[in-house]
Design a protein around this ligand. Structure first.
Ligand SMILES: Nc1ncnc2c1ncn2[C@@H]1O[C@H](COP(=O)(O)OP(=O)(O)OP(=O)(O)O)[C@@H](O)[C@H]1O
Ligand SMILES: [Mg+2]
Length: 403
């Protein structure tokens, strides 16, 4: 085998420079080997060859042109075993490079081929995905494509895959996935959307802060927030009396808001207010009534304003009294595409928070053998546009970040 270069300088344990033969066109990220090591090319540079210390009468006579230029390559070794100065450097063979990326077949996710060597398969180790993996690259450089390839490979291994898809970009992979003999299922975040299963949330598990966030109520809208807080206390009160989860429903919230609006219009005192409410079938603890009265005594506006927020949320059909069972949307060898397209950001964030929390808790229950909803297999979650859901804490503090 012909050498392609010769070591001229060794820097530390894992890197050296070599002068490269003018017969080869060595590229960055190419793999090279030496007597007992293998490494990759970090950079290649051509430069005019003038020795660093020569007298002027020599330097001024040395021709400096293409013929006298040298090609230098910086090589990084995979192991701390650099060659010695003067040793020969060779191009590594395909088998040797493939060996570097070899993964036992039962764990290998075949991602593609090495760009410079179209015969060398690149595999990712399934075990490397036990924790977290980020795919980061410039716009349009193939992040989504890479995820789709990974998803296909995961499905071939029987994985349960959940894709959080804010643009509905993954919906079209359904057909391709089915060709692989796996399944794909579209989880809807809006009753009007096309898809297989509608994701629903039990409102009694959503706290008031979460609900205000989902509704998009501004942080400084204290009257709206106060009214919402009172509504939730009323719901809690009704639930404790009836055990009927409908107490927390948006429909009930609308009824109560209308009753509040009407009562506040006619009442001249808190006493009147509470008896008018009672006549409309709305009972509340004394403390709640007094806060509510202080908010609406000068007019029903906060109740009517809140009604608009409630109606908007109701139109999604997601927030109700029953959660979609996990096993109706998660299954082995199935990609579940949560289509979040066309949905307001706060709702997207809350749905992602909610589904991640439920999946996480279901996994914990399984592992700890705790009763309640559980899921027996690991779940691979793909978060497309993850910066939307986990922005730097210095920018925004979202519900989803912690999950
Ligand atoms: N390995 C590949 N082979 C063929 N086409 C590819 C490959 N990778 C990406 N593409 C194509 O390049 C385009 C951009 O890819 P992709 O959408 O995956 O980029 P992205 O990094 O997710 O972009 P964005 O930042 O806009 O989300 C797509 O049209 C895709 O089909
Ligand atoms: Mg993309």
């Amino acid at each position: 085998m012909e050498p392609i270069g010769r070591v001229i300088e060794v820097e530390g344990l894992d890197s050296f420079t070599a002068v490269i033969s003018s017969d080869v066109e060595l590229r960055k990220f190419e793999f090279v080997k030496w007597e007992d090591g293998i490494g990759y090319v970090e950079w290649v540079k051509a430069r005019p060859s003038v020795p660093t210390e020569v007298p002027w009468d020599v330097a001024s006579k040395v021709p400096i042109d293409e013929q006298t230029s040298v090609v230098i390559a910086k090589v990084r070794s995979f192991e701390p075993n650099p060659p010695r100065v003067g040793q020969w450097v060779y191009l590594a063979g395909d088998e040797e490079v493939e060996e570097l990326y070899s993964v036992p077949p039962e764990r290998a996710l075949h991602l593609g081929y090495l760009r410079n060597r179209p015969n060398v398969k690149i595999n990712l180790d399934l075990n490397a995905l036990v924790r977290h993996l980020a795919i980061i690259a410039a716009t349009g450089s193939g992040k989504t494509w890479t995820s789709v390839v990974m998803i296909e490979e995961l499905l071939k291994k029987g994985a349960t895959v959940l894709i959080l898809d804010p643009h509905g970009e993954y919906v079209p992979i359904k057909e391709k996935v089915e060709e692989l003999g796996a399944e794909a299922l579209v989880l809807k975040a809006n009753a009007e959307q096309e898809g297989d299963v509608l994701y629903t949330i039990d409102l009694s598990t959503v706290n008031t802060d979460e609900l205000a966030f989902v509704m998009g109520i501004p942080k400084n809208a204290s009257k709206l927030r106060g009214t919402l807080e009172a509504l939730r206390q009323i719901a809690e009160h009704e639930f404790s009396e009836t055990q009927d989860p409908k107490a927390y429903s948006l429909e009930r919230m609308e009824e109560v808001l209308l009753a509040i609006a009407e009562a506040s219009e006619f009442a001249r005192s808190q006493g009147q207010f509470s008896s008018l409410l009672k006549r409309k079938g709305v009972e509340a603890p004394e403390r709640t009534l007094s806060v509510l009265w202080s908010i609406v005594r000068r007019g029903p506006d906060p109740a009517f304003d809140l009604l608009k927020y409630v109606e908007e949320l109701k139109s999604l059909g997601v927030y109700g009294t029953k959660p979609t069972p996990i096993t109706s949307f998660l299954r082995p060898a199935t990609a579940t595409i949560f289509n979040l397209s066309g949905i307001r950001k706060e709702v997207q964030v809350h749905l992602v928070y909610n589904i991640l929390k439920r999946v996480f808790e279901a996994r914990v229950r399984h592992m700890r053998k705790v009763p309640g909803e559980s899921y027996p297999y690991p779940v691979m979650v793909i978060v497309e546009e993850a910066h939307r859901f986990a922005p730097p804490p210095s920018e925004e503090n979202l519900w989803t970040t912690g999950m």
